[in-house]
Each structure stands twice: as structure tokens, then as C-alpha cells.
Design a protein around this ligand. Structure first.
Ligand SMILES: Cc1ncc(COP(=O)(O)O)c(C=O)c1O
Length: 397
């Protein structure tokens, strides 16, 4: 039987990461390809306690249908927390709980863009969001990045030449995949461009709390006076991605539309997980919990970077992140990245993700690959990075 898929989805393909991850079912393969939180970062004991209490004392709350905008006490908690970070402006913002950051970004695109409208984003960018945007047939345009974030000249050029630019999608903190952080000056400049050229900014911030070095940079949302910024974040990297609990803080009319769209998509996010998130955040020492996560990632990132600095061929450049989960490595021009990554996993049993998985255009060449340090153990980082170092030296000298 040949199935005729809708025009909307027939062009969508499984991501290259999934192809690489197939190899990782081989127990001999050390994977630096995933983006999962560290297994030791999960507060399993406290979650077990809260779960038992909840199911013992309030089972119907956790098991019954709930409201689309999210569990009331969690929304109130988030509004207060986001206000303290400058990410919720009570004069014009509202907040909705979503099924992870993924749904937050997808629904933001859905409510604002028609087919053919332009959505600008950093190049490279997070594949989950790119695929969500692609599913709406928008004109997706990637803007090159500098070390301190999106290139402003290229951005302004695109604003002048692309039609119907409605949204700029940014991951300002420890960007996935490059690990880069956008400077404060650039955040201000980007916001000014949004006001001047009349477009919205979708600020995706799943990693902001995971800064383990350097100074905190205020969010773009905190600069918002005109209601131009949609801020999305998630508990995925702070408590558990399995909870599928994220949120959007945005101008009230936008949140209202997101609520209507979410109703037709999944009615509401998992209420059990929302209650656990709320009880967790209001019963633990949150700064201590976040500091524990930062310590885990600081150590793992440091370990991985030490192998790059001391063992990799000098021809490999890399970006040392101040937080988040990823390191971006770049080989000299002319290296075939797909060949490099395939060789790494097939011959050396090390899985990394080729940079073109994060490219905006499919024909774009990339000389980079993404390494993840959160998921592997320290032993796996040491063993795997020694092998990868040897491989880069054999290939590049
Ligand atoms: C930049 C970025 N945005 C959004 C998400 C999705 O988060 P969630 O798992 O909460 O849907 C991720 C997940 O890795 C991400 O890296």
C-alpha cells in the first residue's frame, strides 16, 4: 500500500541524530551524541517521596483531567519565579504550562506564522525546533553566528531582504548545538531590531539555570517593554525530561491563542508531572538543587575539554561553553563531516552528531560536530575522548 501523506508532512524526515543514535544501541558504543540530563542529576528520592504523598493524599488531583493553561499553583509559582528573573511582566504577560519546551516552541510558531512567512533563526540551531517550524511550511532562514551570538549584520540584511519576517528564534544561553552564549550588547541590539523591523522574538531558554562559569546575562525577555518576546523554558534539564513539563511566558493575547491551539493538540500537559514539579520546587532548597546540577556539568564539561585541549589534533577548534550540555568542535575546511562521524561510530565505536544535522538548509555543508558531556559517565568520557583524540590525530595530524 502506498500512503499519500499531506503536503504539510511529506517532506519531513527523521533526524540524522536518530540515525546516529541507532548505532548507540550497540553496548560497545560510547555515545556523545545524546542530549539527556546526567543520570546522577535526577532527584529521584525526593520525587519518590512526593509521588507517594500525592497518590496517598490527593490521587484524583493527579489522575483527573485538568485545565489547558496548567496546574494553578504551578502557574502561580512560575509567574513569581519568572517575575524575579524579569521574564514575566504582569502588566501584559500571561503564562501557560506546555508539554515540554518542544511544544512551547511549536505552538508559538503555529499561532504566529502562515505558510511562507519568514522565521529567522541562528545557524546552526536546535533540530527539534527546526523540524517543528518546517512542519508549518514557513520560510526558514538561518543567520550565521559569531562567538557572542547571532551576526547582527547578517540579521539586518535578512530583515531587509526576506519577505514577511514574523519571528526570530533564538537560544541565547549555551545554545544547542554550539554552546555559545549571546552577549548582553547583542541581546539589546536584537531587541531594538525587533522594535524597528516589527517582528517577534521567540527566546528559548532551557539551559539558562545551568551556568557553571562566567557571569549571568539578562534575558531578552527582561528587556521587553513592547510585548515582543515569547519566552519558553522547561523543567526537562532541571528536574526530568520525562515529565514533559515546560512553559511559555508571553503577552496575554499570544498565550490565549496558544491555549486554544493546545486544546486541540493534547488538551493539557500531564497533570501528575505538573503537581510533582510544583511540590518539588516549593519543598526543596532550589538554589542548592541547581548548584548540584551545575557542579555535575562543570566537572563533566571540564573533563571533556581537558581531552580536547591536550589530546585532539591542533587543527580541531572548539567552543568552551559556560553552561548547558554541549561542546561544538570544528574540523578544517575540506573534511567530510559525515565521513568523520560515520567512521567514529563504525570503526571507533564513538557516537557524535555531525553538524549538518543542525543546518537550516539541507544542502549546507558543515565541518563541525556536537559533543555531549552530560549523559556519559566520567569513565566513558575518558575512554571515549582518548579514542576520539587519537582519531583526530590520525586523520589530521
Ligand atoms: C534548545 C532546546 N529547546 C527546547 C528543547 C526541548 O525541551 P523539552 O525536552 O522540554 O521539550 C531542547 C531539548 O533538548 C533544546 O535543546
Amino acid at each position: 500500500m502506498e500512503y499519500k501523506f499531506s503536503d504539510k508532512v511529506s517532506g519531513l524526515k527523521a533526524s540524522a541524530i536518530r540515525e546516529i543514535l541507532k548505532f548507540t544501541s550497540d553496548p560497545e558504543v560510547i555515545s556523545f551524541a545524546a542530549g539527556n540530563p546526567a543520570p546522577e542529576a535526577f532527584p529521584t528520592e525526593r520525587i519518590a517521596e512526593i509521588s507517594a504523598e500525592l497518590l496517598g493524599s490527593d490521587p484524583i488531583l493527579a489522575l483527573q483531567y485538568s485545565v489547558t493553561e496548567g496546574y494553578g499553583p504551578l502557574r502561580e509559582y512560575l509567574k513569581t519565579w519568572m517575575t524575579s528573573k524579569g521574564c514575566f511582566h504582569s502588566e501584559f504577560d500571561d503564562l501557560i504550562v506546555t508539554s515540554g519546551g518542544q511544544q512551547a516552541n511549536e505552538l508559538s510558531c503555529k499561532v504566529l506564522l502562515n505558510e511562507g512567512d519568514t522565521l529567522l533563526c541562528e545557524s546552526p540551531s536546535f533540530i527539534g525546533s527546526l523540524n517543528a517550524f518546517r512542519s508549518y511550511n514557513v520560510n526558514l532562514v538561518g543567520i550565521e553566528m559569531d562567538d557572542d551570538g547571532i551576526n547582527l549584520e547578517a540579521l539586518e540584511n535578512a530583515l531587509k531582504t526576506e519577505k514577511n519576517v514574523k519571528v526570530l528564534y533564538l537560544i541565547p544561553n549555551f545554545q544547542n548545538p554550539t554552546g555559545r552564549t549571546m552577549s548582553q550588547a547583542k541581546r539589546k541590539a536584537v531587541y531594538e531590531l525587533a522594535c524597528r523591523y516589527d517582528f517577534m522574538i521567540l527566546e528559548d531558554d532551557p539551559y539558562g539555570e545551568l551556568r557553571f562559569s562566567g557571569e549571568n546575562v539578562p534575558t531578552i525577555k527582561s528587556l521587553d517593554t513592547e510585548g515582543r518576546v515569547i519566552y519558553s523554558s522547561t523543567f526537562s534539564k532541571l528536574i526530568s525530561p520525562g515529565f514533559r513539563t515546560g512553559f511559555v511566558s508571553a503577552p496575554a493575547p499570544i498565550v490565549q491563542k496558544i491555549i486554544v491551539c493546545k486544546q486541540v493538540s493534547d488538551v493539557h500537559s500531564n497533570i501528575w508531572a505538573q503537581v510533582i514539579c510544583h511540590r518539588f520546587m516549593t519543598s526543596v532548597n532550589v538554589p542548592e538543587h541547581f548548584e548540584k546540577l551545575r557542579a555535575i556539568y562543570r566537572n563533566k564539561c571540564g573533563l571533556m575539554c581537558s581531552y580536547i585541549e591536550n589530546g585532539f589534533s591542533d587543527q580541531v577548534r572548539y567552543i568552551k561553553p559556560d553552561g548547558g550540555l554541549f561542546i561544538w568542535c570544528t574540523l578544517p575546511d575540506g573534511c567530510d563531516m559525515n565521513e568523520f562521524c560515520t567512521k567514529a561510530v563504525r570503526d571507533y565505536k564513538i557516537a557524535v552528531v555531525p553538524g549538518n544535522s543542525f543546518s537550516i538548509r539541507e544542502d549546507e555543508k558543515s565541518h563541525s560536530f556536537r559533543l555531549n558531556y552530560s549523559t556519559p559517565t566520567n569513565e566513558q568520557i575518558s575512554t571515549g575522548m582518548e579514542i576520539l583524540a587519537r582519531m583526530t590525530k590520525e586523520m589530521l595530524g
